[in-house]
Design a protein around this ligand. Structure first.
Ligand code: HEM
Ligand code: HEM
Length: 168
């Protein structure tokens, strides 16, 4: 069974855990100004940091071809699904960073200060911040769907899909 490279497998599972942890540490609206969720910021920025080596490993390293024998359209759908997940892994931390900047909250990465990327405002942080709040949950729904499809392949179609991402 062809597998993703060790680097991609480690990054896949580490980032899945980071995204889940970022979701659990998230706070909304007023609470963020009163008591900034610094762990949420750090976990989310780790996702942004790690997506760079992940994309490099994906483009320049070896990774198995997606060859679903059921239909060529399913291959295209799988590729689009993975690309959408990458889009969220980049867009979500960036919109979160923007939201924190608009709220005027100092952002840091495990204690290291990070500059603001937008001017702060007194009132509501705006539509991009709202997009971040909704997107933060949408990525989990998409990842859940992605996991169900992977488990369907593994246990119903029995084509060994999980082995492609098996870290051991
Ligand atoms: C937030 C959580 C997750 C994200 C963002 C995510 C993202 C991705 C992405 C982008 C790929 C394409 C390969 C790559 O470039 O690394 C992938 C592949 C894969 N993922 Fe996930 N994933 C998540 C969680 C899960 C979970 C919970 C499972 C299993 C229960 C899972 C199982 C797999 C498998 C088996 C593959 C290989 C599919 C193939 O190409 O044949 N993933 N994932
Ligand atoms: C994968 C990464 C991330 C995920 C899954 C995520 C998820 C979420 C979720 C679900 C919320 C809504 C919480 C609620 O309404 O109770 C939220 C809010 C927020 N997040 Fe994130 N986030 C991520 C990255 C980041 C980063 C990197 C930053 C900042 C550097 C950040 C800053 C914020 C801020 C400021 C809010 C409040 C926005 C507002 O009140 O308008 N997030 N996040």
């Amino acid at each position: 069974m062809p597998r993703y490279s060790k680097t991609l497998i480690i990054l896949h599972w580490a980032m899945a855990l980071l995204i889940l942890a970022a979701w659990f540490t998230a706070e909304g609206g007023r609470q963020v100004r009163l008591n900034p969720p610094l762990l949420h910021f750090s976990l989310g920025l780790s996702v942004l940091l790690l997506v760079v080596p992940r994309l490099i490993a994906r483009w320049w390293g070896s990774h198995p071809r997606i060859e679903d024998p059921q239909s060529p359209w399913l291959n295209v759908a799988a590729k689009i699904g993975h690309a959408v997940l990458y889009g969220f892994m980049i867009g979500l931390p960036l919109t979160g960073w923007y939201a924190a900047s608009r709220l005027g909250v100092p952002v840091s990465f495990f204690g290291l200060p990070v500059p603001a990327i937008a001017a702060s405002v007194q009132g509501a942080p705006g539509p991009i911040a709202e997009l971040h709040e909704v997107g933060g949950t949408v990525i989990l729904v998409l990842a859940g769907l992605h996991a169900v499809i992977a488990l369907w392949h593994q246990f119903v179609l029995r084509d060994g899909t999980m082995a492609r991402m098996n870290p051991v």
